[in-house]
Design a protein around this ligand. Structure first.
Ligand code: KG4
Ligand code: ZN
Length: 363
């Protein structure tokens, strides 16, 4: 098959994204990557409002696709296929993406390929670093948290995942109660830099339970209780309280992610992969404390640590275009019956994870 140039469309949450990716040497693959964030539209509501998200996608998506084509210096006839997130995610947004992709495919006569959003994240280290299969992926964001052994574009084994909140969601809620700005992750990381991570002893959920499942809801609640207790006792929080709470919270999340990553690595390395790799994706992977803890865990296990650039770790169209390329090579094609799916587990051999999260289904 000749090298492909693919348009990728992503609308599963609060980013309206379109990108053009071509099969080329590392560094020359992404011709354009347009992400129109809706953060401002949802800011007042303390979370993504599905109806507002769906309307904004419907309004902006045409522009995002035009901008992606313009930036790449290409027209629709130059595109070999159209890849679109068909789930999991907020259904109104996924629907707008799938409808537009079908329209473009019908109008241009080009093939259509439906992509699982989580596969887009999970395959990103192949786009950025040419990783060989199988590698271990920790997806850690505002809507997702799971360990996957990635064996191929359509072959994922889930070793574990959150049974309630995603860590980004816990960062955001804790930040809100601390009176910090949104998104809460970067705000907590900034505060934590001045704080004492040992002042408050917060729980490390599920460390006493075997396996790689995680939980962040109890930790979030414990942090919020501590904030409320101090506020009631003192009539407010001092600068030092805020920094110490942020540092203690971040340290608890880091410990949980590090220990569960150690276990996931152990299970994956037991299969004797030729070049063991722990890769991460998702907004929470931007956190320097978490990142360096994960790097240490990987190195201690003899694995390479790979973190794609942040713009490709968070939601974007390039990851969908790339997953589309890999799926097309593996013989996957969709047609006009392609459905938008709010839930779509990557590893269908496993029971679904509980919880749905502020950013939609975790699947
Ligand atoms: O991957 P992402 O952009 O969107 C999805 O959730 O799909 O991740 C956003 C999440 C937010 O919850 C945000 O607070 C968190 O990632 N985040 C961080 C940091 N930067 C972003 N969490 C901790 N530390 C950070 N530096
Ligand atoms: Zn995502």
């Amino acid at each position: 098959m000749k090298p492909l140039t693919v348009l990728g469309i992503e609308t599963s949450c609060d980013d309206t994204a379109a990108a053009i990716v071509q099969e080329a040497a590392l560094g020359d693959r992404i011709l354009s990557n347009v992400v129109m964030s809706q953060e401002r539209l949802h800011a007042a509501f303390g979370g993504v409002v599905p109806e507002i998200a769906a309307r904004a996608h419907a309004e902006k998506l045409d522009h995002a696709v035009e901008a992606a084509l313009d930036e790449a210096g290409l027209g629709l006839p130059d595109i070999d296929a159209i890849a679109v997130t068909a789930g999991p995610g907020l259904i109104g947004g996924v629907l707008s993406g799938v409808m537009l992709a079908k329209g473009l495919a019908a109008g241009s006569g080009r093939p259509l390929v439906g992509v699982n959003h989580l596969a887009g994240h999970a395959l990103t280290p192949r786009l950025t670093d040419d990783l060989a299969y199988p590698y271990l992926m920790l997806l850690v964001s505002g809507g997702h948290c799971q360990f996957l052994i990635v064996r191929g574009p359509d072959a994922f084994q889930r070793l574990g995942g959150t049974i309630d909140d995603a860590p980004g969601e816990a960062f955001d809620k804790t930040a809100r109660v601390l009176g910090l700005s949104q998104p809460g992750g970067p705000a907590i990381e900034r505060e934590a830099g001045q704080g004492d991570p040992n002042r408050f002893s917060l729980p490390r959920p599920l460390l006493d339970r075997e396996g790689c499942d995680l939980s962040f809801s109890g930790l979030k609640t414990a942090a919020i209780r501590e904030i409320e207790r101090l506020t009631a006792a003192q009539g407010g929080l001092t600068e030092a309280d805020r920094a110490d709470l942020a540092a203690s919270f971040q340290s608890a999340v880091t410990d949980v992610l590090a220990e569960k990553s150690r276990r996931a690595l152990e299970a994956y390395i037991a299969e004797a992969p030729r070049q063991p790799v722990l890769a991460v994706a998702g907004g929470v992977a931007a956190n320097e404390t978490i990142r360096s803890a994960l790097r240490s865990v990987a190195e201690a296990a003899g694995a390479r640590f790979v973190a794609p650039p942040l713009a490709l770790c968070t939601d974007n169209g390039a990851m969908i275009a790339w997953a589309g390329i890999e799926l097309l090579h593996a013989g996957h094609l969709s047609d006009m019956t392609l459905a938008a799916r709010p839930r779509w587990p990557l590893d269908t051999g496993q029971a679904p994870l509980l919880g749905s999260g502020k950013k939609g289904a975790k699947a």
